[in-house]
Design a protein around this ligand. Structure first.
Ligand SMILES: Cc1ncc(COP(=O)(O)O)c(C=O)c1O
Length: 456
């Protein structure tokens, strides 16, 4: 193996010294990591080898607190016995079932459970394998719905700056993040972006900021500019997650709903992060008391254990689409080989049972004030420029270092060395602890964050 190894690393993980050539580092592994600076990572890999409850372990046996539920997935922490057993049983019983023209009992059961937990009339469930697929599926449903009701000219989508809707071409077209778009061509035609909702006036606001409801009027401006009858749907994350936990200003989502209602535009909430108790209720739609026409979800459906996404669709949207197709014909020419995969369904059913039986969403609501209190204690650190928090989600903006993201990356490295796994995006730290966290574990997460930020 080429390169010079440093066996004295304090993490104990074998690493190349910085003077090793990039080409040699590339030989470290054929693995191409997503959304990761591969060359940098391969100089100092962060490998996790085991997980249980609120903790990960690395290969050397060091225990690390999971401050971000994996990647907003593991709301119940890691290694829940009931989920493991459900998957094993399902594998022994029915490992695969073709999803087109056939189905299986677990798909029906999970669809029913999701229909019960989503806002009342969003009770038609289409399964995908990821959040990205859920978003692209929702875009197609919106187009098909309008075509079914004789308004096929409604092909425009409204999204927002600083939006993240996954990485498939539909979601990238909706994306409000330059790096996720710039290399991949123009994307779908006819996607327009409202302004994002981060406002100086709301800095350090706890929960929803008082300023900015009028930003929703950007949607009205698009109606006036392009004509309502060209717009199919408005997609928003109720809380923009990946760009730093942007909590919607008070009244903003309600105003979006009103404008959509006035103009026959579908409102889609992308709840891939905010779904399943993250905001203290089942969905952010419940927390903010605004009901969209479609909700996209993924991640915590199965507690992150088996990939799965889903789209919850209003009954009248589903019925309009099915009624428009001739009897006996396929209504929606769309689906994935692994839609409603039996193992994912088994994991999803087990996770949903635990959410319900253990009152996990209510638990998150009870933990949220303590979490917020501890997170906002960071505001006294000079390096912290803004904090936003809602439920068990928080975004902490750091003053940038010599280049954008450098300080965030340094923080990530130090967190790892100090025993904490979190998500860092550019110079923003994102916390999203599991909903089963104990207050002492939340305190420990915030203690490590505080120590590391003080050291930067
Ligand atoms: C709001 C939102 N939509 C879509 C996605 C994409 O989900 P996935 O990575 O499962 O494709 C994410 C991922 O974090 C997300 O946060």
């Amino acid at each position: 193996m080429p390169g010079v190894r440093d066996h004295a690393s304090h993490t104990g993980i074998q690493r190349f010294t910085p003077n090793a050539a990039d080409a040699e580092m590339e030989e470290l592994t054929p693995y191409w990591l997503p959304f990761t600076p591969n060359r940098l990572f391969k100089k100092e890999p962060r490998l996790l080898t085991r997980a249980e409850g609120m903790y990960f372990w690395n290969a050397q046996g060091d225990r690390l607190l999971d401050g971000c539920s994996g990647l907003f997935c593991c709301a119940l922490g890691h290694g829940r016995r009931e989920i493991i057993d459900a998957i094993s049983q399902q594998y022994a019983e029915l490992d695969f079932s073709p999803p087109f023209q056939y189905s299986h009992p677990r798909a029906l059961e999970l669809a029913g459970m999701l229909a019960d937990v989503t806002p009342t009339h969003l009770d038609r469930i289409f399964f995908t394998n990821s959040g990205s697929e859920a978003v692209d599926t929702a875009m197609k449903i919106a187009l098909l719905y309008h075509r079914s009701r004789g308004e096929g000219q409604r092909q425009r989508f409204v999204s927002r700056e600083r939006a993240y809707h996954g990485v498939n071409f539909g979601g990238v077209s909706l994306s409000g993040m330059v790096k996720n778009r710039e290399s991949f061509g123009p994307g779908l035609p006819g996607v327009v972006h409202m302004r994002h909702t981060w406002l100086e006036a709301n800095r350090f606001a706890r929960g929803q900021g008082e300023h900015g409801a009028e930003l929703a009027d950007d949607l009205r401006r698009f109606v006036n500019l392009y004509g309502a009858d060209t717009i199919a749907a408005c997609f928003v994350e109720p809380i923009a997650g990946s760009t730093g936990i942007l909590v919607p200003p008070r009244g903003y989502l309600k105003r979006l709903r009103e404008i959509c209602d006035e103009h026959g535009i579908l409102l889609v909430f992308d709840e891939v992060i905010t779904g399943f108790g993250r905001t203290g209720k089942a969905f952010a739609a419940d927390s903010f008391e605004v009901t969209p026409d479609i909700i996209t979800m993924a991640k915590a459906i199965t507690n992150g254990v088996i990939p799965m996404g889903a789209v919850a669709v209003a009954k009248d949207v589903y019925e309009c689409i099915t009624a428009a197709a001739p009897e006996g014909m396929i209504e929606f020419f769309h689906g994935y080989t692994y839609s409603a995969h039996p193992l994912a369904c088994a994991a999803g059913i087990a996770a949903q049972k635990i959410y319900r039986e253990e009152g996990i969403f209510e638990r998150a609501a009870r933990l949220a004030p303590h979490f917020e209190q501890r997170v906002f204690e960071l505001s006294k650190l000079p390096i912290v420029q803004d904090i936003r928090s809602y439920g068990l989600l928080a975004g902490i903006d750091l003053e940038p270092g010599e280049s954008a993201g450098a300080r965030g990356y340094a923080a990530l490295q130090r967190f790892f060395a100090a025993g904490l796994v979190v998500r860092v995006t550019a110079d923003t730290i994102i916390l999203a602890p599991a909903l089963i966290a104990e207050t002492e574990q939340l305190d420990r997460i915030l203690e490590i964050v505080s120590q590391v930020l003080t050291s930067l």
